[in-house]
Design a protein around this ligand. Structure first.
Ligand SMILES: Nc1nc2c(ncn2[C@@H]2O[C@H](COP(=O)(O)OP(=O)(O)OP(=O)(O)O)[C@@H](O)[C@H]2O)c(=O)[nH]1
Ligand SMILES: *[C@@H]1O[C@H](CO)[C@@H](O)[C@H](O)[C@H]1NC(C)=O
Ligand SMILES: *[C@@H]1O[C@H](CO)[C@@H](O)[C@H](O)[C@H]1NC(C)=O
Ligand SMILES: [Mg+2]
Length: 389
């Protein structure tokens, strides 16, 4: 053989050997030069280069369980919406909560959202929220008179109340905006024009977590079973935020015995037949409930009565005890639903399904052993006893 030909063969052999050695030892080099990738570069543009076509042609990925993906028609959906009260500065936390409820539930149901704020949402806020879901989203501004401290509140007295609470290190004790929020959630959100067309709502806050798939429609469940209020977490209220509230509740009940439901939950809220409040309430940052319950005469009279006492500002009454006491008095106990199967977290507490069947079926990401239910600060045991569980 000619010397130069022999030389070329040796060089080629070395190059090919080097290629294989480097392919095996350096993964990224192998990927970049592998035959299939080189040939695909020359293939004609396929459907997968068009995202719209991909969505139409894509084969649904089959889960390991029975994952019938469907979207109910308007007739099959409840007359319901999500409600999120938040500020422009809550954008990140709102995106996170909304994406989680979409992934765990609403991607299949497409219930609409109403977002409320006492000031206009920014264009940036609306843009970032609007891309998250194909469901309808409405952004609303709260009427001034539904939000701000009313003129008839004695500001000197309110200020003294705030300063006293701040001294005692009571959480949000010095905050006026927190008080506006609690009063709005107690007596006004269901009056907002954007909510008038709905019967049911699911309250969602920024920065919460939904830990389990929700494989059925809780709104429909509420409707079918004639429920009015629901919860996932129940606990004791800080007494210092509501020192005079129960006294006013008792006065109201004396004035309006006609509103008290026959099979009510007084026994859950009081250990002495109603004499004093044991501070148990439903944690209202999660709520699925009937807007018409808040709009009805009993609650309207109750809220107006409490509001007139000024305790939302002179003390720091929360919407959680106000809603809970109302549901406990004006609804029968079987109209209040504990949703064990909804894994829910609002820092620092998590409810993780107690039922292992529900936990597995929901593919829950929470730890059952760390559920708040039987924590010392939880009222769940009291609820179980009360309900005869
Ligand atoms: N638009 C608006 N929303 C508010 C304001 N204050 C609170 N919120 C919302 O009201 C709800 C309750 O407020 P949070 O600050 O979460 O109160 P909380 O749940 O008692 O306490 P943390 O979550 O522990 O801070 C959330 O949905 C907030 O986004 C406010 O001044 N304006
Ligand atoms: C899947 O669920 C649907 C609706 O609940 C049911 O009708 C169907 O029989 C289930 N299929 C399987 C294979 O389990
Ligand atoms: C939904 O509920 C609201 C409040 O009860 C009611 O006014 C409205 O007519 C209902 N809409 C439908 C379509 O049933
Ligand atoms: Mg919160």
């Amino acid at each position: 053989m000619h010397t130069s030909a022999r030389y070329i063969i040796v060089v080629c052999t070395i190059i090919v050997s080097l290629h294989y050695i480097i392919s095996f030892t350096h993964e990224s080099y192998g990927r970049a030069t592998s035959l299939s990738i080189l040939t695909s570069k020359f293939a004609p543009a396929a459907a997968d280069s068009d995202p719209a076509a991909e969505r139409l042609l894509g084969t649904p990925v089959q889960g390991t369980g029975n994952e019938t993906v469907f979207s109910p028609t308007d007739d099959e959906r409840a007359n319901a919406t999500f409600v999120i009260l938040c500020r422009n500065s809550d954008l990140g936390g709102t995106i996170q909560s909304l994406r989680e409820i979409e992934d765990r539930f609403n991607r299949r149901y497409r219930y609409p959202y109403v977002l409320l704020n006492e000031e206009e949402f920014t264009e940036e806020f609306k843009k970032r929220i609007s891309v998250l879901t194909p469901a309808k989203i409405e952004f609303g501004v709260i009427p001034r008179e539904h939000w701000y401290q009313p003129d008839w509140i004695d500001e000197d007295k309110a200020k003294a109340g705030r300063e006293a609470m701040e001294k005692k290190n009571i959480i949000y004790g010095g905050s006026v905006s927190y008080r506006n929020m609690c009063r709005f959630n107690s007596g006004f959100f269901f009056k907002h024009p954007l909510l008038q067309k709905y019967r049911w709502y699911w309250r969602i806050e920024p920065d919460v977590h939904f830990h389990c798939d929700i494989n059925y429609d809780p709104f429909k469940f509420m409707e079918k079973n004639k429920k009015v209020y629901s919860f996932t977490i129940t606990m004791y209220e800080y007494e210092a935020t509501i020192p005079t509230m129960w006294g006013h509740v008792k006065d109201f009940v004396k004035l309006h015995p006609e509103y008290i439901a026959k099979d009510n939950s007084l026994g859950f809220m009081s250990n002495n037949g109603g004499d004093s409040y044991n501070l148990c309430h439903f944690w209202s940052n999660f709520e699925i409930a009937d807007l018409d319950f808040w709009r009805a005469p009993a609650y309207t009279a109750f809220f107006d009565y409490l509001d007139a006492q000024g305790g939302f500002y002179y003390e720091r009454w929360g919407d959680a005890p106000v809603h809970s006491i109302a549901a406990g008095l004006f609804a029968s106990r079987d109209q209040i639903q504990f949703f064990d199967d909804i894994g829910y977290e609002h820092s620092p507490y998590t409810h993780c399904p107690q039922s292992s069947g529900a936990w597995a079926a929901g593919r829950c990401s929470c730890d059952q052993a760390r559920s708040f239910d039987y924590d010392g600060y939880s009222c769940m045991r009291k609820w179980d006893d009360f309900m005869g569980k």
